[in-house]
Design a protein around this ligand. Sequence first.
Ligand code: CA
Length: 445
Amino acid sequence: MSGFEEIDCASQTDVGVRRSHNQDARVLMPAGDPEQWQQRGHVVLVADGMGGHAVGELASKLAVDNIPHVYSKHAAEGPLIALRRAFVEANLTIHNRGRQNREFHGMGTTATALVLRPEGAWIGHVGDSRAYRIRGGAIEQLSFDHSWLWELARHRGVTPEELERQGVPTNRITRSLGPEPLVQVDVEGPHPILPGDTFLLCSDGLSGEVTDREIGAVAGALPPAEACRFLVLLANLQGGRDNVTVAIARVRGELPAEGLNGALDAAASPSPWASRARAAAGRIPWGLALLLLGIALAIGAIALGSTHRPGALLVFISAGVSLLTGLLVLLLQSLREGGADQADEETPRPPPIYRRTLCPTDEPLLERLARATATLHADVEARGWHYEAPTYHEQLAQATRLRALGQLPDAFRAQCRAMLVLMEAVHLQRGKEEAFNPLWDRPAP
Ligand code: CA
């Protein structure tokens, strides 16, 4: 990525269907000129406040006010230092505010920041809001959920999905800004940026209602502003149990064909959850085995010698050779590992990608979306709700035509736009009648 002008960004927040207040906050701070782009880059941040309603709102507001400001002030020191400092200072500000006022005691917020800079994308992160990158038909989660579920999964070396299936609760978070004077902050990057990359930040009000697959397909297909609107309304349609916030930054241009292949290859790579255990299992302690053999031989030699049997000398020499070789191998291994650790510190490791899901705009996805649109259309008609019928029919006809021609990404976009018209109609009726849920990416029960 070379220039500051090559990005489109948008954001949306909504109170959701069940809550009375919106405790989420977000900010978009794109670089205004090439100089700012070089100095600090584009900054996007999502925060999800918790506590009583006014309390959570204040906490998330303090995060979006403080973090970009402090980061920008220290950006010249590099993103690692500047982002960490911004989070640590925001944490203290929120914590101190909580101590000044008894009503605000214990207030907290998540915060997930994305910084796009000339050398790549950086994530600063505390809590369970998320940062994703969508590229080449795959969606990658770049942030680690600081939730009990994810921490337990990491500890046990299994995926969060496996624990979720076992009934481990998904909504308990382990880290946030505010409750404690000190906080551990994840700052990870730089993730390489390619033309056409879409970065998306969201609160759990989106990721709790809409699957990664759905998020990836929609954010990859629609322009940022439309994608934000679609995803917020889709979360509400699926239940809207929490405040919903989405922010999207899209790098202009198209992904070259070889980049696409690379992205799909990477999608097939092994999961990060098991790699550490495998690496440890792959190391066989040869030195230790030789030492043990040497000790066993020495005991044998002593036994043979004490009974004056022949061959004791030969066994004794073998024991000596085994022990010496074992010691030598152990020494060499420890030297090599020391060198490897040093090399790891010198060459920065690629930042982690915690989860990868393919999200192609294929025929099954289009079919599900078409069915959901038809169900929603029938409901809206049956209730006599007003909707932009000409736009709806025009987009639907276009989707059908493009789908028949096999132009699936274009067909998906048109189908989304038809659905969006209906979701806007439902949105206007919110609070007047109960909502309904066409679960368009769920397997039939
Ligand atoms: Ca939330």
